[in-house]
Write a protein that binds this ligand. Structure first.
Ligand SMILES: [Zn+2]
Length: 365
């Protein structure tokens, strides 16, 4: 049998992805048998056409009989494209693609990503996720180069290969049904905490308490691996933002825009704490009572926080400053901040935060 006639049977696959056709080519196959309803990803289709590899449709006698001769172009995927491939170009997908590009540009402009670092995704169907491609600066994203993948990471559509860090996003989607969008980036001040293993203390800035709250830190693993993706699993149900040891951060939310907001809130918070640490003055902490008010707002908004589960927290220990006292300054909780004017200030702040959150929910996609 000549090389061109050597056939590889992949008719049990629902999706024929780039790596499948590369493996088939590496094994010397000139023909690949696929199921009638198999989805051939655009990159796989391009690859087989360039290599002159023939795709033979395995089921249905007419299709088998009509299998093209060696060297002829593969059957058009339009003939076998399932519903989920069409998700790539729905009006909703086009709107989300634009949002992903805008968020990518924000991440780059704010110096949260360097080189081709960072990645963004959105769960557009029960088993389908739009995501950024690999090896592209987040500043240079355009809707045409984004990818559609399934929850196992197989590419369904898109001309560029998906980000290699997609597995991290997929683990979050599988573990947290409320997660519709994931943003991963490397903002410098938050990453400084991630490389020291320190967790920013709580009860200092209301906005941070409401939008992010108690941050978790996941152990280090090699980026892009399944082991790395799984490091966040113990934390993502109770935290929408996780520090990734020696790496960066990951945030999930209901929209891509909101996930990027959480990255901004955490980064600004970490930066502010570092600036405050340079001042010759102790930090004033928000009182436990006022902290409880903020947590109540957060719970009402449906945002996750490990502190909601009282059994995991000692009574009145919202700040956990002794465990985390990570900015090398002694805490100065409660005293001196519970007078009438401080209370009034706090009321105003809480109202501000609530209004901002309500507005975001009202106007969010
Ligand atoms: Zn990264």
């Amino acid at each position: 049998m000549s090389e061109k006639n050597k056939s590889k049977d992949l008719s049990s696959r629902k999706v024929l992805a780039m790596r499948d056709v590369q493996e088939a080519a590496a094994s010397g196959a000139g023909r690949i048998r696929i199921a009638e309803n198999c989805v051939v990803t655009p990159s796989a289709r391009d690859f087989v056409q360039q290599r002159g590899i023939v795709l033979e449709v395995a089921t249905g006698s007419a299709a088998s009989a009509a299998a093209p001769a060696a060297g002829t172009p593969a059957p058009a995927p339009a003939a076998v494209a399932p519903a989920n491939a069409r998700l790539f170009s729905t009006p909703e997908a086009e709107a989300v693609k634009k949002e992903i590009c805008a968020v990518g540009r924000k991440l780059w402009m704010r110096q949260f990503v360097d080189g081709n670092g960072g990645n963004i995704s959105y769960r557009i169907g029960p088993n389908e996720v739009l995501c950024t491609p690999t090896l592209v600066s987040k500043y240079d994203l355009t809707p045409e180069i984004l990818c559609l993948v399934d929850l196992e990471g197989n590419q369904i559509a898109g001309v560029r290969p998906r980000t290699s860090e997609l597995l991290l996003h997929l683990e979050i989607y599988k573990a947290v049904p409320e997660a519709k969008a994931v943003v991963h980036c490397h903002p410098p001040h938050a990453t400084a905490y991630a490389i020291t293993g320190k967790i920013p203390p709580n009860l200092i800035v209301p906005e941070f308490e409401v939008f992010v709250g108690k941050v978790a830190i996941s152990p280090y693993e090699t980026p892009g691996t399944k082991a790395f993706a799984e490091t966040v699993l113990p934390y993502v149900k109770e935290h929408n933002t996780v520090l990734l040891s020696n790496h960066g951060i990951v945030c999930w939310a209901d929209t891509v825009t909101h996930a990027e907001w959480y990255a901004e809130v955490l980064e600004t918070y970490c930066w502010t704490l570092m600036l405050a640490a340079q001042l010759d003055a102790p930090i004033s902490y928000i009182s436990e009572q006022h902290g409880a008010d903020l947590l109540a707002i957060k719970k009402k908004l449906g945002l996750p926080d490990a502190r909601f589960d009282a059994s995991r927290m000692k009574e009145c220990q919202l700040s956990d400053v002794e465990a985390n006292g990570s900015i090398a300054l002694s805490p100065n909780p409660c005293e001196g901040r519970t007078g009438n004017s401080a209370d009034a200030d706090m009321e105003a702040l809480i109202k501000q935060v609530t209004d901002a959150v309500m507005e975001s929910i009202g106007t969010g996609k």
